[in-house]
Design a protein around this ligand. Structure first.
Ligand code: AHG
Ligand code: MN
Ligand code: MN
Length: 342
């Protein structure tokens, strides 16, 4: 088994890394491996379009509104269709679901179905696209629960503890893919000159000493007493700890990725700014669960403020959830402030 330093010294493509991981699962049939390959390919295609967004008339909005009630950016739609077109015909999936679609996305009748379920946020942070701020793609992979035939809503509403794999792609100063199949979290950086994701962050572990906290304090007035007190604690107001620096770009994947590598906590709490959305803005299925899975695989933790995100049983495709994710001690501290002060 290569050690971390050996792994970085070598040149390991994501394809070879996934194959090596597969070889430690004799029962593996290669379907998951190919599914992960295709998500890496989706990342390359979306990255190539994003880096040229300002030039190829793909900035701006489509003028449509999605099920989230948000304006659909052209890149949202491009990313969504790219992931769909890479996966609708492969026979690996029973069903898909996307943040951009109101209902589950069936596999067309003319194609066979498979044993996996793919959920995705095709483009996260899309409000930032026109301002050249990092954006991302988030994905979750489950085994189907129903036995055969077209996949169903039940196949999509699974608890995070049952994830087979999850990860994200962050389109930033470089394009990185971070994923886990339950055996650690691993990061790959795209070398655009050869079009390969190369292993750059094997066995990611969130640093014990955190540097940042990430939250949109513009909404502080809408937070609960407990969350406001927690924020003061993070800033060192009680003198028990040195305050953390605030870093928030408003793209969940970029904010999460920074805290995963630097140590820290991201939170988008329940708030009262929109009575229609009392549980905050983030989506349980497409954002909170997959990132909670990666965080726990890297030694961190994710909570909705009261329980582990990975223990929450989803009840609808687009349900929102408060999210606190990062160093375990920082997230558990949020839970204790909320337990004590609401
Ligand atoms: P998406 O672009 O997929 O709708 O996600 C946007 C989310 C998330 O990326 C980010 O953390 C959050 O919106 C920022 O929301 P605020 O602007 O309310 O802080
Ligand atoms: Mn998102
Ligand atoms: Mn999105």
């Amino acid at each position: 088994m290569t050690t971390d330093s050996d792994a970085i010294g070598q040149i390991t493509t994501i394809e070879r890394f996934i194959l090596e991981q597969q070889s430690s699962h004799p029962e593996a049939t290669g379907v998951l491996t190919n599914l992960l390959y295709d998500l890496a390919l989706a990342g390359k295609i979306i990255a190539s379009r994003i880096t040229r967004a300002g030039l190829v008339e793909i900035l701006g909005s489509t003028g449509e509104e999605n099920v989230q009630g948000e304006e659909v950016q052209k890149l949202d739609q491009f990313a969504d269709r790219t992931i769909y077109r890479l996966n609708d015909h492969t026979g690996r999936l029973a069903v898909m679901a996307s943040e951009e679609h109101a209902d589950v996305i069936p596999i067309p009748d003319r194609f066979s179905t498979g044993k996996y379920v793919l959920l995705f946020d095709p483009l996260d942070g899309s409000s930032n696209i026109d301002y050249n701020v990092s954006v991302g793609t988030v994905f979750s992979i489950y085994h189907r629960k129903t036995q055969d035939g077209p996949g169903t809503l039940e196949d999509c509403l699974q608890v995070g503890r049952d994830l087979v794999a999850a990860g994200y792609i962050v389109y930033g100063s470089s394009t990185m893919l971070v994923y886990s199949t339950g055996h650690g979290a691993h990061g790959f950086t795209l070398d655009p000159s050869v079009g390969e994701f190369l292993l750059s962050h094997p066995n990611i572990r969130i640093p014990e000493t955190p540097l940042y906290y990430s939250a949109n304090q513009g909404y502080q007035q809408y937070w609960s007493e407990g969350v406001r007190r927690y924020t003061g604690w993070l800033q060192g107001h009680d003198g028990l700890r040195k305050g953390l620096s605030l870093r928030y770009v408003g793209s969940l994947v970029a904010d999460f990725h920074r805290n995963l590598l630097s140590g820290g906590v991201f939170y988008y709490p329940a708030d009262t700014k929109d009575p229609e959305q009392p549980h905050g803005k983030l989506r349980l299925l497409y954002e909170a669960i997959p990132l909670a899975f990666v965080a726990e695989q890297a030694g961190g933790y994710a909570s909705d403020g009261r329980q582990a995100i990975l223990d929450v049983q989803p009840t609808s495709l687009h349900q929102r959830s408060p999210l606190f994710v990062g160093n375990r001690d920082l997230v558990e501290k949020a839970e204790s402030f909320i337990r004590e002060h609401g």
